[in-house]
Design a protein around this ligand. Structure first.
Ligand SMILES: [Zn+2]
Length: 225
């Protein structure tokens, strides 16, 4: 996508490009599906040959210093074991646009970040990435079954996960894992309703939204839909 195209996209959704964004130049030429395939291939590389995933960061730094054209946006958990750049195959600087917080949730700051990635930077794919044994999701499950409470802002933070936990509480199997999946699916599904910027780009086929679950044991990312 040319810079003019990016400007048009941004203008179309009511965003103005600042000098920094205008200097970014072209965005990625990848389609949403091509970006998804690249993530899937990268995760397979991570699972099969994690030692090969070290990127040449020195060379990349010079290449991306003047601008970025990330080709996927990842809404990930803050969990130290789920760094998107590594689990998707050692992707280095300038490739993934990432937000991270406990529970891979979407608040106003994350939503604005997603919109910026999609509308201004031209990122064609949005992935809501949950993971097995997520502490934030487990805490929300404890709220549901044990009426648990947590100090400070932790309780309010995990509140958005509670409806997902309630929805799968009686389904049997691993409660926390079912809630991990349900929360990621719901968070992804709600994005267009919460953002006309995202909804417009999805309707035009420029952006695709998917949910996924990373398995801490196997290293595999399972795309949920
Ligand atoms: Zn987590």
């Amino acid at each position: 996508m040319a810079g003019v195209g990016l400007a048009a996209v941004a203008a179309g959704v009511g965003l103005s490009l600042g000098p920094a964004a205008a200097a970014d130049g072209a965005g990625t030429s990848l389609t949403p599906d091509q970006a998804l395939t690249r993530l899937q291939d990268g995760n397979a590389r991570f699972v099969a040959n994690a030692q090969l995933c070290a990127a040449d960061l020195n060379a990349q730094r010079g290449a991306v210093a003047k601008g970025q054209a990330p080709w996927a946006t990842i809404v990930s958990c803050a969990d130290s074991r789920v760094p998107p750049e590594l689990v998707f195959g050692g992707l280095g600087l300038g490739e993934l646009f990432i937000t991270r917080n406990a529970g891979n949730l979407v608040d106003t700051a994350v939503l604005g970040t997603i919109e910026y990635g999609a509308a201004v930077l031209g990122s064609p794919l949005i992935v809501v990435l949950g993971h097995s044994k997520c502490g934030a999701v487990a805490a929300a499950c404890d709220v549901v079954v044990k009426n648990a409470t947590f100090p400070g802002s932790i309780g309010p933070m995990i509140e958005p996960i509670v409806p997902a936990a309630l929805a799968v509480r009686d389904k049997g199997g691993d409660f926390v894992d079912a809630a991990v999946r349900e929360s990621a699916i719901r968070t992804a599904a709600r994005l267009p309703a919460r953002s006309s910027v995202v909804a417009d780009l999805v309707a035009k086929g420029k952006v695709k939204i998917v949910s996924a679950r990373y398995d801490l044991d196997s290293g595999k990312v399972e795309f949920l839909g």
